[in-house]
Design a protein around this ligand. Structure first.
Ligand SMILES: Nc1ncnc2c1ncn2[C@@H]1O[C@H](COP(=O)(O)OP(=O)(O)O)[C@@H](O)[C@H]1O
Ligand SMILES: [Mg+2]
Length: 227
C-alpha cells in the first residue's frame, strides 16, 4: 500500500521535468511534500523521497535540496504548517532584494525556494571560516532594506545567515519579519562580533557547544556591554 503514492510521484516528476524546463509545477511539489513524513510527537523525520537531500533542520521545519535542481523545499513540522503561507508572503515582499532567496512556490505546509550554497554563520565560526566586518555590514544592509519594505526583521541569529560560496550574504527564515515585538538578536551578534570575535586574542574557530553557550549568555543579557 505504501508504494503506490511513490510510484505516482516518479511518473509525475518525469512528466513535468520534460514539460516545464526542468522545473516542477505546483501539483508535483505538493506530491513531493507528501512523501515527507514527520512525527507529530517529536518532529522526527520518518521518510522522504529519494529525490530529496536534507540540507538543514530548524525549529519549525526540515529543508531539503531537490536533487538535480537549484531549489530547496522547506517542509514545516505538522504543528507549524500554517507558517508556510505566512513566510511565503514575506519572501514575496522581499523578492527584489538579492540578500534573500528567490521564492518559487508555496503550498499548505511547504515553500519552494532558491538553494543557497554556503555555510551559515554558525557553521563558519565552528569550522573556522573567517567572518569579516564586510559580512557584518552586508547583513546590516540587508536588514535595513527589509525595514524599508515595512518589515521588522526578527529572529536574525547565526543559523539564519549564510555566507555563500561566492562570498555573498543571504538571509533565510523570514517568518517572523512581521512581528511587532522588538528583537535584539542581531544587535547581540554585532556586539559579540566586535567585543569578542573581532579581537585579535579571540579564537577564530570555536566548538559548537561553546558557541551555543556564548549565544545563550548574550540572549540572557549575562555578558556586560562595553565599548
Ligand atoms: N534556501 C536555502 N538554501 C540552503 N539551505 C537552507 C535554505 N533555507 C534553509 N536552509 C537550511 O535549513 C536550515 C533550517 O531552515 P530555516 O528556514 O531556518 O528553518 P526554521 O524556520 O525551522 O528555523 C537553515 O539553518 C539552513 O541550514
Ligand atoms: Mg531558522
Amino acid at each position: 500500500m505504501q508504494k503506490l503514492p511513490k510510484l505516482n510521484l516518479v511518473l509525475t516528476l518525469r512528466y513535468h521535468d520534460y514539460t516545464n524546463e526542468g522545473g516542477l509545477i505546483m501539483e508535483s511539489y505538493q506530491a513531493l511534500a507528501k512523501t515527507v513524513l514527520i512525527s507529530d510527537k517529536n518532529n522526527r523525520l520518518i521518510h522522504s523521497d529519494d529525490s530529496l537531500t536534507l540540507v538543514g533542520t530548524g525549529r519549525s521545519a526540515f529543508v531539503f535540496k531537490i536533487k538535480s535542481s537549484n531549489k530547496v523545499i522547506k517542509i514545516f513540522f505538522p504543528r507549524f504548517a500554517h507558517i508556510a503561507s505566512e513566510e511565503a508572503d514575506i519572501y514575496k515582499l522581499l523578492k527584489d532584494i538579492s540578500y534573500f532567496p528567490v521564492i518559487y512556490e508555496s503550498g499548505p505546509n511547504y515553500i519552494v525556494m532558491e538553494f543557497i550554497e554556503g555555510l551559515t554563520l554558525f557553521q563558519c565560526i565552528t569550522q573556522g571560516k573567517p567572518v569579516t566586518p564586510n559580512h557584518i555590514n552586508e547583513v546590516e544592509d540587508a536588514l535595513s532594506l527589509a525595514s524599508q519594505k515595512g518589515l521588522n526583521p526578527s529572529d536574525i541569529h547565526l543559523r539564519n545567515i549564510i555566507i555563500t560560496s561566492q562570498d555573498e550574504i543571504k538571509i533565510i527564515d523570514v517568518a517572523r519579519f512581521k512581528q511587532t515585538k522588538d528583537c535584539t538578536q542581531w544587535d547581540d551578534i554585532k556586539k559579540a562580533y566586535y567585543q569578542l570575535y573581532h579581537k585579535r586574542f579571540f579564537p577564530k574557530k570555536i566548538p559548537a557547544p561553546l558557541l551555543n553557550t556564548v549565544a545563550f549568555l548574550y540572549k540572557k543579557k549575562l555578558i556586560p556591554t562595553y565599548g
